[in-house]
Design a protein around this ligand. Structure first.
Ligand code: CA
Length: 227
């Protein structure tokens, strides 16, 4: 299960802390890439395009955690959690003013950090600031457009390609009643000659696989509505 929840970059020069955080995140199913300086952190974030970054404020070299946060946030809508050794308000406020999503003060419980990671990812999946969201929420189902993956409670639910396309089409139009013909045109394409039973069969599969995590309603005499 390692890595299925995506990549998290940890920039921390204290190897003990970095390894501890690394271990807990891996156990949760994340892939972790570490860096020990701000410069290396920047490069790793550009290369890996992680889902989230955890940045220690006190880093050796020319780019400390605050500067790293500033630079990263200037370019990406990447969620950031800051680690600070000092309990001072300055670090906290600075961290948040720089656009960090959250912070934890050392010493911290790795479990708490993981809980915050999960909370921030849930939040940012729903509405990524700027740009098109790559992960849509459909009830309790995460519809990951970039990875072509559906997840419930962090677990990937295997879907056939057309099932995923139907799910994504619905998730992009929450609350709208869509006729079977609209779904056929949108998902299978206008050149596809099929009938309503094709749509019904795929909806049945989605319901079977995703269960009550997916609020997919039948609009009688017409089609379907998500949410
Ligand atoms: Ca440090």
């Amino acid at each position: 299960m390692s890595g299925e929840l995506g990549t998290i970059v940890v920039v921390e020069d204290d190897a003990n802390i970095a390894d501890l955080v690394d271990m807990y995140l891996r156990r949760e199913g994340f892939r972790v890439v570490q860096a020990t300086t701000g410069e290396a952190g920047l490069a790793v974030i550009e290369r890996e395009r992680p889902r989230l970054a955890i940045l220690d404020i006190g880093l050796p070299g020319a780019i400390d955690g605050l500067e790293l946060c500033r630079r990263v946030r200037a370019r990406h809508a990447l969620p950031v959690i800051m680690l600070t050794a000092r309990d001072g308000e300055v670090d906290r406020v600075l961290g948040l003013e720089l656009g960090a999503d959250d912070y934890v003060t050392k010493p911290f419980s790795p479990r708490e950090l993981v809980a915050r990671v999960r909370a921030i990812l849930r939040r940012s999946d729903g509405h990524t600031s700027g740009g098109r969201s790559e992960v849509l929420m459909a009830g309790r189902v995460e519809v990951d457009l970039s990875r072509h993956e559906a997840r419930v409670d962090g677990q990937v639910v295997p879907l056939a390609s057309r099932e995923f396309q139907l799910l994504a089409f619905l998730a992009e139009r929450p609350g709208r009643a869509l006729s079977r013909q609209q779904l056929l045109d949108g998902v299978w394409g206008p050149g596809w000659y099929g009938d309503d039973r094709t749509v019904d069969a795929h909806v049945r599969n989605l319901r079977k696989k995703l269960g009550d995590a997916l609020p997919l309603h039948t609009v009688w005499g017409m089609g379907y509505r998500l949410g």
